[in-house]
Design a protein around this ligand. Structure first.
Ligand SMILES: Cc1cc2nc3c(=O)[nH]c(=O)nc-3n(C[C@H](O)[C@H](O)[C@H](O)COP(=O)(O)O)c2cc1C
Length: 246
């Protein structure tokens, strides 16, 4: 296996960081790696806001529901859907931008943000840093908008903690790969059995870690997905002009 594959296949989220700063040179390389990623129609509608200020990180930790690792990791990067930037180009071309009012707009930005996030993670990990993505900022997107001074037509979609690792984490097991990848046609026939097996695997994983609060994958999803767990996303996105009604 080559080094790139080894790096990607050894992914794990890290939630324990030292207070050692991430050097400016390291951070610059990471940002450039993400900057070079593809975007749909070359729209480049994802912008990053890098936060190193400790007080701001503490505030983000609070916004995300009390996630201590956000305050601990020396760098927090917010990936922002930035239809403000594209609007300037569209206006220059004498047109009126409406893509931000569509499901296509939100979807395409989420895909491009995902690519950006993956590149940030791989670049950071290639330098020996630890990372954990943070969707928890969508718990209170308005607070993130205020903190980062985001203009209309933008939305803080996801964040990323990065820093030097204090306590490494074991890899979390995944469900059978046949539930992930299908060839030639979609086939869900193995799902039920694979979910049963995975629920057992996850419980064994929690036991191995001494986590008595561990619950199965199914229970965890049941708790989370029975509701719109971040109900502020729709109204705050709409207020920002991302209406999602076309
Ligand atoms: C988009 C996204 C958002 C996430 N949000 C959070 C978060 O807010 N807090 C957190 O601790 N982990 C978060 N995670 C990490 C997941 O919990 C983690 O990836 C998952 O449990 C699998 O574990 P692993 O990354 O160690 O393999 C997020 C992951 C992704 C991809």
């Amino acid at each position: 296996m080559n080094d790139t594959l080894k790096l990607i296949q050894s992914h794990r989220s890290i939630r324990s960081y030292t207070d050692q700063a991430v050097s400016a040179a390291m951070l610059d390389e990471i940002i450039r790696a993400a900057w070079r990623g593809p975007t749909s129609m070359n729209a480049q509608e994802i912008s990053l806001v890098v936060v190193r200020d400790a007080a701001k990180r503490a505030r983000i930790a609070e916004i995300a529901g009390g996630q201590a690792w956000i305050a601990q990791a020396p760098v927090f990067i917010t990936l922002v859907i930035d239809f403000h930037k594209t609007c300037l180009g569209v206006g220059k071309a004498g047109q009126t931008q409406i893509i931000q009012e569509s499901m296509e707009g939100f979807g395409v930005a989420a895909v491009d943000a995902g690519i950006t996030l993956a590149n940030l993670m791989t670049a950071a990990r290639s330098q020996g840093l630890g990372i954990v993505p943070i969707g928890g900022i969508r718990r209170n997107p308005q607070a993130m908008i205020d903190l980062l001074e985001l203009p209309p037509l933008t939305f803080p979609l996801v964040g990323l903690c990065l820093g030097h690792i204090a306590v490494d984490a074991p890899q979390k097991p995944r469900m059978d790969i046949r539930t992930f990848c299908h060839f030639e046609r979609y086939d869900a026939s193995s799902y039920a059995a694979a979910i049963d097996a995975y629920d057992e695997t996850i419980m064994a994983y929690w036991q191995q870690l001494g986590r008595s609060d561990g619950i199965t994958w199914s229970q965890n999803l049941g708790n989370s997905l029975k509701q719109v767990y971040f109900p502020e996303v729709k109204p705050v996105a709409a207020k920002q002009g991302l209406l999602n009604d076309k």
